[in-house]
Design a protein around this ligand. Structure first.
Ligand code: HH2
Length: 275
């Protein structure tokens, strides 16, 4: 399996690390730390040095209860960062739900669209189809404002799978090649602790759908519930979660702490055939 992402090809001979670049004042774990374009670019370059394969640039927090921002404000935050990184030839993913942000980021040579709304906004699928970017389809129940109020599923795994398959079908109908798809169960996006755990245990079944699976567990609340620690104290918990996700079949992990995750995955990669 090889992922096509614009001019980049990722063969999946090892798990990929997506480094998180939040150009936001209010992200749940690092809000405000990289809010200027300069600090965001500097942080992104550091993540590349630490071993990131893809840089995921986002300008709007998706944490439960977050306020939506205008498209102008989101563009003001992310576009200079996407431009500065892409011009250096780096693989940049745009983390957005807004078609206009997708459009401008693609024009600035972002090679991946990471959409927690799974290209359901009007015009989003067409924009993706007109590009060669990879697409990460994320499952979410509700919106950022409502999703954690009372998540409910009859069968969380079956419902997440059905949703992701429907998005794949829609993308295929739009003429997008399957080599550009990534699927993500959306940990914490309208899910209780039990739902998240159920989805981790179902990662092999999700991977069996035949597309690379992205797992975003880094510093998330479910790790806080287990460890009792604040978001910026969840490094060890996040590395443990990334390892479990990879061992269960995730092909990409989306993380804040690239260096530690890279080392942990390198040890697993070096030892797994030998022990
Ligand atoms: N999680 C977050 C944001 N984007 N994208 C994908 N594909 N999968 C995820 O699990 C995911 C995501 C939330 O994390 P973070 O960016 O750290 O926080 P915030 O949304 O508060 O900026």
């Amino acid at each position: 399996m090889t992922l096509r992402a614009g001019k980049f090809y990722f063969p999946f001979d090892r798990p990929l690390i997506m480094g998180i670049v939040n150009v936001t004042p209010d992200s749940f774990s690092d809000g405000g730390r990289f809010f200027t374009s300069e600090s965001a670019v500097e942080h992104a370059l550091k993540l590349m040095e630490e071993g990131a394969d893809i840089l995921d640039v986002g300008g709007e927090s998706t944490r439960p209860g977050a306020e939506e921002i205008s498209v102008e404000e989101e563009l003001r935050r992310v576009l200079p960062v996407v431009e500065a990184l892409a011009v250096r030839g780096l693989p940049v993913s745009i983390d957005t739900q807004k078609p206009l942000v997708i459009k401008e980021a693609l024009a600035a040579e972002a090679c991946m669209i990471n959409d927690v709304n799974a290209l359901q906004a009007e015009g989003a699928m067409e924009l993706a189809a007109a590009s060669e970017a990879a697409i990460c389809f994320v499952h979410r129940q509700g919106t950022a404002k409502t999703m954690q109020s009372a998540p409910y599923y009859d069968d969380v795994v079956a419902e997440v799978k059905a949703f992701l398959l429907a998005r794949v079908e829609a993308a295929l109908l739009a003429g997008i090649d399957r080599s550009r798809f990534i699927l993500d169960p959306g940990f914490g996006f309208g899910k209780t602790q039990a739902h998240n755990i159920r989805l981790i245990s179902a990662l092999p079944a999700l991977a069996a759908m035949g597309y690379p699976i992205l797992a975003g567990l880094s510093r998330k609340r479910m790790l806080g519930e287990i460890t009792g620690r604040a978001p910026d104290e969840r490094l060890a918990a996040s590395v443990a979660a990334a390892i479990i996700a990879v061992q269960k079949g995730a092909a990409i992990v989306r993380v804040h702490d690239v260096a530690a995750t890279r080392d942990a995955l390198a040890v697993i990669g070096a030892l797994k055939e030998k022990i």
